[in-house]
Design a protein around this ligand. Structure first.
Ligand code: SF4
Ligand code: SF4
Length: 499
């Protein structure tokens, strides 16, 4: 691939900042959670691959990542697999490298996602000292957590993760709970939410488990295995892939265009069927609405739920902090243990392999036309149903990975969770709009709890049909009280979201 830039100058298409999810141990993990989408990524590499990031790769990617940022703060996101399997010494080296290449005045932050099993006092002292933000994966109280989060022998893991939670708290390490919502725990919104609250958790991210069944496996396991190996052969040897890109950029570009990509995917993802642990769209919406109803009356300003923050950001016209609900994406990439760079953590596959940072400058890969188009496609491929949706400004159609159902008028490309997103954003609209109004007038959003109390939980007096609209988005349309609720529940607006 030819260089896109003059030496020393960032490529023109280079964003001022981008984010890397770093997989120092690849997909290797010490647990075997049923719904883990990343565990199968081990198959992408040759048998015998080390799945350990070398010191050379660590130093090179750290230097390139820091040099590429044109903002005063850079965050390293450590993920897996299970990144703590690298051992503490690796992370001691990582922070030393960061310090070595840190620009004057630049702040460097680290976020590490873990199942918590290996955490101990020594780890926690290190995480506290270097101000790591931890994402601890936990799916609720014991009986819900253990439904899918099991170890290699299929044994439950709740006790080990709970121990990690208490260790983090004892050491004062900043952490979020990452709670994967699946077919089982999504039916118990208040049990899950109150459990975390009762354990003193302040920051919670609910992440929907969505996975399609790969029909080709049913077609013929043997056939697919040989197909996969021959496909892998073109990219396992990085030089070969780079060679093929260099051989003919023009030839390769169409291969990576969405049509052809989709037809390639068709042999693997020919079905809209989902796995038995995948959360249903209605469950997702109902879960968030139920938790929101409790949160908005009791916990605003005390407990932080990412989905609610994202909604408030939309109503005040801010960029969402979650890529799934951003207009475009492409600035959050994944880097594997050997320096292979991919478009996104959810697109670690040969079609979205950008190159290896040990062989090509990271900036060229991030600024490449393919990656820029990948990010714009999120907006440019929305079906008309989304483009005309009253909550588009908050939802933005969700992650392209899960846009595999058709709209009511038969157009493909609708997000699998659409019904849930619509229900959630419609349901929270009057409350969030009021919170946005409070912010606008210089009051804390938490004042909504008083308003609701004073009006005897009188949401009907809130500005349901008017109020502050996001500065860069369409306001919600007026809905008459007797009209069907736009959230799709089938009930009248006055008896549902307009209550
Ligand atoms: S593809 Fe999905 S997960 Fe990846 S950056 Fe875009 S919205 Fe986020
Ligand atoms: S709620 Fe549904 S229709 Fe509306 S933008 Fe989101 S995915 Fe599209």
């Amino acid at each position: 691939m030819s260089s896109l830039t003059l030496e020393g100058a960032p490529p023109r298409a280079m964003p001022p900042a981008f984010h890397l999810m770093v997989k120092p141990r690849g997909a290797v993990c010490n647990l075997d959670c049923t719904y883990c989408f990343y565990s199968r990524k081990e198959d992408l590499y040759e048998e015998g691959a080390s799945f350990r990031m070398s010191d050379e790769v660590l130093e090179s990617f750290t230097r390139q990542y820091i040099e590429a940022q044109r903002v005063p703060e850079v965050t390293f996101g450590w993920q897996g697999g299970e990144p703590t399997l690298m051992g503490l010494d690796f992370f001691r080296k990582a922070v030393a490298m960061q310090e070595k290449y840190r620009k004057p005045g630049m702040k460097i932050a680290n976020a590490l996602q873990t199942n918590g099993v290996l955490l101990d006092d020594e780890w926690c002292r290190f995480l506290k000292e270097h101000q790591f933000l931890i994402g601890l994966s936990m799916d609720g109280p014991r009986e819900l957590h253990d439904a899918y989060r099991v170890d290699k022998g299929g044994k439950p893991t709740f006790d080990k993760v709970y121990r990690a939670l208490k260790l983090l708290q004892r050491h004062g390490v900043d952490f979020n709970i990452l709670c994967v919502l699946n077919r089982v725990n999504a039916d118990h919104p208040l049990t899950v939410y109150r459990f975390f609250k009762s354990e003193g958790v302040q920051f919670i991210q609910f992440i929907p488990a969505v996975e399609r069944i790969v029909r080709s496996q049913a077609r013929s396991e043997a056939e697919c295995r040989s197909e996969r190996h021959s496909a892998d052969a073109s990219w396992l040897t990085t030089n070969e892939l780079v060679g093929s890109q260099a051989r003919s950029e023009a030839e390769c570009r169409p291969e990576r265009d969405s049509d052809e990509r989709h037809s390639a995917d068709a042999s693997w993802l020919a079905t809209n069927e989902v796995t038995e642990w995948t959360v249903r769209a209605e469950q997702w919406g109902q879960f968030l609405c139920s938790v929101f109803d409790e949160w908005v009356r009791r916990d605003v300003g005390r407990v932080f739920v990412q989905s609610f923050d994202v909604a408030l950001q939309a109503w005040v016209g801010m960029e969402p902090s979650l890529c799934v609900h951003a207009k475009t994406c492409g600035d959050c990439l994944a880097i594997e243990h050997n320096g292979d760079l991919f478009s996104c953590d959810h697109y670690v596959d040969p079609h979205y392999f950008l190159g290896n940072v040990m062989e090509m400058p990271m900036t060229e890969l991030v600024a490449s036309p393919f990656q820029r188009k990948f990010g714009r496609d999120k907006r440019d491929t929305l079906p008309r149903y989304c483009r005309e949706c009253p909550v588009l400004f908050a939802c933005n159609g969700g992650c392209p990975k899960d846009r595999f159902i058709t709209t009511p008028d038969g157009e493909p490309g609708l997000h699998y969770l659409c019904a849930g997103y619509k229900r959630f954003f419609t349901h929270v609209a009057p409350y969030i709009r009021t919170m946005a109004e409070l912010l606008h007038r210089g009051h804390p959003p938490a004042a909504i709890m008083d308003i609701l109390r004073r009006k005897e939980i009188g949401a009907k007096h809130l500005s349901v049909t008017g109020g502050l609209s996001p500065t860069n988005a369409s306001p919600l349309p007026r809905v008459s009280r007797n009209a069907p609720c736009p959230c799709g529940s089938g009930r009248k607006y006055k008896s549902c979201c307009g209550t």
